[in-house]
Design a protein around this ligand. Structure first.
Ligand code: EPZ
Length: 418
């Protein structure tokens, strides 16, 4: 097991670049197998989740290699349509490959993606959409087998604006016959990135970023070069790390329009923020104030930022109320934050946080990706040494986050241990 050893108490100062978006890279990597040829991707983050994606794609027959600043995906040959169970279990979001494999092979076989640390994570919306597109679904002993003579465009209204379901429908519809309309679609920026990439390969998707998306099936795609959008959640994490240390930092390579709800909240609690071109400058002079948070589908406050801003609110003046509307089990990290002194009570999907002056340095355990990041930034605030175990969760979704924070003045080391 690996641990972060965090010597806290330093202000973060300076400039840092964000990496490419994990949550845009995964569906775009999946989309690349729709093209029977090569695609060139830039700014794919080097994290555990993209590593797993590469492993699955190579097992399908895809060749993946680096060429200068590009990751080259050669999906000329696909030899199988089955996602191996062990890799499915390692990364539940590999279900995003299903739509692409079905789109390419008209068949797919994969096991039910396990629930994970933040909730059951069902895929009923994905499967009911596939059925409406003429895809036969067989569910037996936890294995899902899909096959279709041909995939037919249809109108699909999502009960909930699910990001993954919206992406999987786009992937399955890109090479289909006819036109597919998604109503009540998720509007996250990562879906706009997926649309832009598919269209660059010669696909025909319009409306991503709105509640209605139209996908007109095409016969085939062609090679394309594409740069992945910046990771808005990593950027939000760097901003919150700055806020929790009363620092003064500029984050570069930012698409500001992706961060509006977070920026408003950080300003509401007293952060001084300057927005210029593709950079955000944040500094904090006095003790921050409390605020209330309600997580919502985009463009509301992102659920992925809930644990991270909760760490900041844990040392802000006053009482904050957080309502988690997206996932049913996304407060697990709070038990660990309480070990660091946080004053928290949980009532169903509501967490009530009474701000303390400073966290206590102690040993804590990461419970999931964003919960782990919440503990990491709390360790930056605590005076003394905080040891965080199970950091494999954090390494899944953040590229060199320790190095980035250390360039800003943090003192984080990785320790190997049992
Ligand atoms: C994506 O997960 C992200 N993951 C999540 O980021 C993010 O939190 C989430 O969208 C919401 O923004 C990736 O993009 C890889 P959903 P996804 O389908 O697609 C329910 C991170 O930390 N639902 O929008 O799984 C579901 O249970 C991760 O980077 C169904 O009921 O999210 C949940 O309550 C965590 N049936 C809600 O919808 C379905 O068929 C939102 O899920 C699908 C989803």
């Amino acid at each position: 097991m690996q641990y972060y050893i965090v010597k806290g108490g330093n202000k973060l100062e300076g400039e840092v670049f964000s990496s490419g978006s994990k949550n845009a890279s995964l569906p775009i990597l999946a989309a690349s197998i729709l093209n029977e040829g090569k695609t060139y991707l830039k700014n794919v983050p080097n994290i555990h989740d993209t590593e797993i994606m590469y492993q699955i794609m190579e097992l399908l027959g895809v060749k993946i290699y680096q060429e200068e600043e590009y990751i080259v995906i050669d999906s000329t040959n696909i030899y199988t349509y089955e996602i191996p169970d062990n890799l499915m279990r390692q990364m539940r979001s590999s279900v995003i490959l299903a739509g692409a494999i079905i789109g390419r092979c008209k068949k797919a076989k994969f096991s039910y993606p396990g629930g994970c640390d933040i909730g059951v994570r069902p895929i009923d919306l994905h499967l009911s959409a596939f059925k409406k597109m003429g895809i036969n679904i067989l569910e037996e002993d936890g294995v899902i087998t899909c096959d279709a003579e041909k995939i037919i465009g249809n109108t699909i209204t999502l009960d909930f604006p699910s990001v993954g379901a919206t992406e999987n429908i786009i992937l399955a519809a890109t090479l289909s016959e006819g036109t597919t309309y998604i109503k009540n679609a998720a509007m996250e920026p990562e879906i706009v990135d997926l649309q832009n990439f598919i269209n660059k390969m010669g696909g025909n998707v319009v409306g991503a970023g709105t509640k209605e998306i139209k996908i007109s099936g095409v016969n085939n795609l062609e090679t394309a070069r594409y740069e992945i959008m910046p990771d808005r959640i990593e950027i939000g994490t760097l901003l919150c790390a700055t806020a929790i240390t009363k620092g003064n930092v500029t984050v570069k390579n930012v698409m500001i329009e992706h961060l509006i709800p977070l920026i408003y909240k950080l300003e509401e609690i007293g952060c001084e923020i300057e927005l210029k071109d593709k950079r955000i400058h944040l500094k904090v002079k006095d003790r921050l104030n409390a605020c209330n948070i309600k997580t919502m589908p985009y463009p509301g406050f992102p659920t992925d930022m809930q644990p991270i801003i909760a760490s900041v609110l844990g040392i802000s003046k006053g009482t904050s109320i957080i309502i988690e509307n997206i996932f049913e089990n996304r407060f697990k990290y709070l038990a660990e934050l309480k070990r660091m002194g946080a004053k928290v009570t949980i009532e169903g999907k509501t967490a009530i946080i009474k701000g303390i002056r400073k966290y206590n340095a102690t040993s804590v355990e990461a419970t999931d990706l964003r919960g782990g990041a919440a503990l990491l930034i709390a360790g930056l605030n605590a005076s003394g040494t905080t040891e965080i175990s199970n950091i494999k969760y954090i390494l899944r979704g953040y590229e060199n986050i320790d190095e980035k924070l250390n360039t800003l003045g943090a003192n984080i080391n990785i320790r190997e241990g049992e």
